[in-house]
Ligand binder design. Structure first.
Ligand code: KG4
Ligand code: ZN
Length: 386
């Protein structure tokens, strides 16, 4: 099979990204223009602003991706774009741009599910390291600002398929990180800040509990069930809105609100706060809340995922998405999966969060299978992965 160069485009949330990837195994370029600074004053992503910023950044980002890869438009074999899930207006910018480009260049167009992209971020980097063999069944935890999903992934020739065996019933884990950081006056996005502050607090100081879902027959899941369509009773679900409320209650009962507002004002006045700036504005109580919150979420993610891995008899575990960048999550997964003889793979940190290389990598099997998008395909903000 000759090499195939795919231009990937991602605009589902607050990152405008373009990448050139060769045959799903070599990243020639992966340009990410982050909108964090734009949304920071609002403490979260403002959809309308995100769409406008994608429109502004798209052409320069794509030009930079091609220049860095040393390729021209005519070198491309296909163009891939995120179809969903994501913010409707943000997705439409990437899709409209990609359709126009594919039409003008007369190149095949490939629509990619963003969540499949996160899974292929792991595969891309493993192939890049020369590791082409994956032991199935693969269980993938996709954990980000918008999602906390568990998928069993199968590969048949060039076709990948996915069975959802768990998801969050309410907030995604990343959303809980972002909301808790906002509550404590630590700014947006919350995950990276909490990650860096947590080692400075005592993770056993505050007992935050996480809701446990009732799964009457989840232990009944057997080998024969593995290929069946998901049964709602066989899910390994998550829930993070309760812990967010738990932190809110703690902040209120311990009179921490006023100090959090002052912290927010002080940190907002610093252009790019460093760890020392955060530490200078956090007392022991705040650091303890941060460390205890992170410990509770990490333990819940790891224990539920490993329970699912055991029940599904997974041979390999992927942990991917923005929250997979978390240091404590990585260390805990590595330690506990090793005790069960389970191999766990993470993307590098830049490939954990949203990027277009993962979209171009996920598009490659579709390119081989000639699964091209129809000219009238549209954005699907709630697109499910199957
Ligand atoms: O995958 P991603 O870039 O976008 C979505 O598809 O949602 O994930 C962004 C999410 C945010 O909630 C952010 O706070 C979280 O990932 N995140 C982290 C870390 N880095 C990013 N959460 C915990 N620890 C981190 N180091
Ligand atoms: Zn994502």
């Amino acid at each position: 099979m000759p090499d195939a160069y795919i231009l990937g485009i991602e605009s589902s949330c607050d990152e405008t990204s373009a990448a050139v990837v060769r045959s799903g195994e070599e990243t020639l370029s992966n340009i990410v223009a982050s909108q964090i600074a734009l949304h920071q004053p609002y403490g979260g992503v403002v959809p309308e602003l995100a769409s406008r910023e994608h429109l502004r950044a798209m052409v320069p980002v794509v030009r930079e991706a091609l220049a860095k890869a040393g390729r021209t438009y005519t070198d491309l074999d296909a163009i891939a774009v995120t179809q969903g899930p994501g913010l409707a207006g943000a997705l439409l910018v990437g899709i409209s741009f990609t359709k126009a480009l594919a039409f003008a260049l007369d190149k095949p167009l490939i629509a990619v599910n963003h969540l499949e992209g996160h899974i292929h971020a792991v595969l891309l980097e493993e192939r890049q390291k020369g590791n082409h063999a994956v032991n199935f069944p693969v269980l993938a935890l996709v954990v980000s600002g918008g999602h906390t999903h568990l998928y069993l992934a199968e590969q048949n020739a060039d076709t990948w398929s996915y069975e959802n065996v768990g998801h969050t019933r309410d907030d995604a884990a990343g959303e809980a990180f972002d909301k808790v950081a906002k509550l404590l006056g630590l700014g947006y996005p919350g995950g990276p800040v909490i990650d860096r502050l947590a080692p400075h607090g005592d993770p056993t100081a505050v007992k935050f509990t996480i809701s446990q879902m009732k799964h009457p027959d989840r232990n009944d899941r057997n080998k024969n069930d593995r290929n069946k369509a998901a049964n709602p009773n066989q899910h390994f679900d998550f829930s993070y809105s309760g812990i967010k409320t738990g932190v809110l209650r703690y902040v209120e009962t311990h009179n921490m609100r006023e100090a959090a507002d002052a912290r927010h004002r002080a940190l907002s006045a610093i252009a790019k706060p460093k760890l020392e700036d955060y530490l200078a504005h956090c007392d022991r109580e705040v650091l303890n809340v941060v460390a205890s919150f992170q410990r509770a979420v990490v333990e819940d993610l790891v224990s539920k995922t490993l329970t699912a891995a055991r029940a599904c008899e997974a041979a390999t575990l992927f942990v991917t998405g923005g929250v997979a960048a978390n240091s404590e999550l990585r260390a805990t997964f590595e330690r506990q999966a090793a005790m069960e003889g389970l191999h766990v793979f993470f993307p590098s940190r830049p490939l954990s969060t949203d990027n277009a290389a993962m979209i171009a990598a996920a598009a490659y099997p579709k390119f081989l299978a000639k699964q091209f998008a129809a000219a009238d395909f549209c954005a699907e903000p709630g697109l499910a992965l199957r």
